[in-house]
Design a protein around this ligand. Structure first.
Ligand code: FES
Length: 131
């Protein structure tokens, strides 16, 4: 294939991808493959087909994504525009997110408080044991 053919193939591929809303790249390099990424990829492909999203989403294999210890890895590319989300759903998502962040902050504060008290109690016990 010459340079012109390659450019035409690239243009066709770009055109094909513009029709897709979601691309799910499953690492199929050795590390993730050893952890079952081929089964993950097959399950995702079945899920896409079963949900009727075949024309809008694709599942494909990638090379190593660089986090082999966390595999099997799935990389999600999504181009779902915010305008496609109904206003009420967007508002609900924002509320949920804020509530989760508030709960997480409260949990962190609680753990820090418990750790601080434990340190104080530990230091007090040391002082008592030395006196
Ligand atoms: S082998 Fe999958 S991230 Fe490296």
């Amino acid at each position: 294939m010459n340079a012109e053919g390659l450019q035409e193939a690239a243009a066709r591929e770009r055109e094909r991808r513009t029709a897709l809303h979601h691309r799910l790249g499953v690492c199929t390099a050795a590390g993730c493959l050893a952890l079952g990424s081929d089964r993950v990829k097959a399950a995702l492909a079945r899920g896409v087909e079963a949900s009727g999203l075949g024309g809008q989403a694709e599942v494909f294999g990638t090379g190593c994504l660089g986090l082999c210890h966390a595999g099997p890895l799935v990389q999600v590319e999504s181009r779902q525009a915010a305008r496609e989300i109904p206003f009420d759903e967007a508002r609900e998502r924002i509320r949920d997110r804020l509530a989760r962040e508030k709960r997480a902050a409260a949990e962190r504060a609680f753990v820090a408080d418990v750790m601080a008290r434990a340190r104080v109690n530990h230091e007090a016990a040391l002082v008592r044991s030395r006196s």
